[in-house]
Design a protein around this ligand. Structure first.
Ligand SMILES: Cc1ncc(COP(=O)(O)O)c(C=O)c1O
Length: 380
């Protein structure tokens, strides 16, 4: 099992150790330490934004973004059906209504052509989620946001270092959010960030992150917040990781190109789209979707790959098929066939920035072996 290829391995061979040692030597380990501000400023600058508010994870960043916009009962928020549960948590908890858009079967992102039909007089915001390395085409979304006077939340967790028509992902939302979990291009172990150009929204997010303590009457509260603070230790990692972002993105693109080369002629599997007219894939993960001619589903494919020593992960499960949300009476009889198909037929291969060429070849060879006999309907 020792040469099992993990689905993700981070690369921590820059200044991570040095900056962490600095935290320990100076005693600055809490959220008050200097790396937090430095990480916020350097990350925001890299994405072309005025404010960065570092938080403890990407889910918390989304919670703060939804709450900062005062989204609540009576409001509707449009978001993709195919995404992580983090996107919908605070929308539902606040009493607002999540409104889902199905996936485009080629880009795997929310189908921007379906958004307008989901807008009603109650729509307050669109939450865009860029999926797996290729961003959502922002031009049509920005046009709708402008025309209907909506707020835009941009979840760019999977898109650190990506651009859309030349502008950084994370530069588009009234509030844009990131995650720094170890499978992201910049990792802090656990961590997240909210970016904005709006001074008032930035102040609100800073308050929400820190229990809404008030500057003058610390323990008197006008609003309920959370403790979402990032520590100096995490931010130290983030500063070091950000220094290597261009290299990490180049590495991910090389991994994607190599997998594509090795798998392009394998029957029955759909590979990630390499580019569109607005972006070139950065392959946050290298996903595959099984075509209808493959007589088994993603779960079975992953089981076989695990047996061959290759780590995998399933795709997201759609929001309208989440038992917890269905029990709340949401999405009754809703169908989103694109998202449903991806959930059942999609999974991803080892994609970490630390992956070696030998590991890519081994993973691709294992894939080929599994799909070479797709006409054989026997499932062992
Ligand atoms: C699109 C997206 N949003 C949000 C998150 C949640 O981030 P975290 O795991 O840091 O809470 C993830 C996590 O992978 C994600 O992929």
């Amino acid at each position: 099992m020792s040469d099992f290829i993990p689905v993700n391995e981070p690369l921590l061979d820059g200044n991570e150790k040095k900056y962490l040692a600095e935290c320990i030597e100076t005693g600055w380990i809490s959220s008050e330490g200097p790396f937090v501000k430095r990480f916020e400023q350097e990350f925001a600058a890299r994405m072309g934004r005025k404010h960065g508010i570092a938080v403890c994870n990407g889910t918390a960043a989304l919670d703060a973004a939804v709450d900062a916009l005062d989204i609540g009962p009576g409001d509707e928020v449009i978001l993709p059906a195919f995404t992580i549960i983090s996107c919908i948590n605070q929308i539902v908890r606040s009493g607002a209504i999540p409104v889902l858009v199905d996936s485009d079967p080629i880009t795997w992102n929310m189908d921007v052509n379906q958004i307008e039909s989901r807008i009603t007089p109650r729509t307050r915001a669109i939450m865009v989620v860029h999926i797996f390395g290729l961003p959502v085409d922002m031009d049509p979304v920005l046009e709708l946001v402008d025309r209907y006077g909506l707020k835009l939340i941009e979840d760019a967790a999977e898109m650190i270092g990506q651009t859309c028509r030349g502008s950084p992902c994370g530069s588009f939302g009234d509030l844009s959010t990131f995650s720094f979990y170890p499978n992201k291009h910049v990792t802090t172990g656990e961590g997240g960030m909210v970016l904005t150009d709006d001074d008032q929204l930035a102040e609100t997010c800073r308050g929400l992150r820190n229990l809404c303590f008030q500057p003058h009457k610390r323990f008197v509260h006008e609003r309920l917040g959370w403790n979402l603070r990032m520590t100096n230790l995490q931010a130290a990692l983030g500063v070091a990781q950000l220094e290597r972002l261009d290299e990490s993105v180049a590495k991910k693109r090389a991994i994607g190109a190599r997998y594509t080369e090795l798998l392009k002629d394998v029957p029955g599997v759909q590979l990630p789209l390499a580019k569109t007219d607005y972006a070139v894939n950065i392959y946050w993960v290298f996903g595959v979707v099984l075509n209808e001619e493959v007589p088994f589903d993603a779960e079975e494919a992953m089981r076989r790959l695990t047996k061959a020593g290759v780590g995998t992960r399933p795709f997201f499960w759609p929001m309208h098929e989440q038992p917890v949300l269905q029990r709340m009476g949401l999405f009754e009889n809703e169908r989103h066939p694109g998202a449903e198909r991806m959930a059942r037929r999609g999974f991803y291969l080892p994609s970490g920035v630390g992956l070696s060429d030998g590991q890519i070849t081994k993973s691709a060879e294992a894939c080929k072996a599994i799909f070479s006999g797709v006409t054989d309907t026997s499932i062992q």
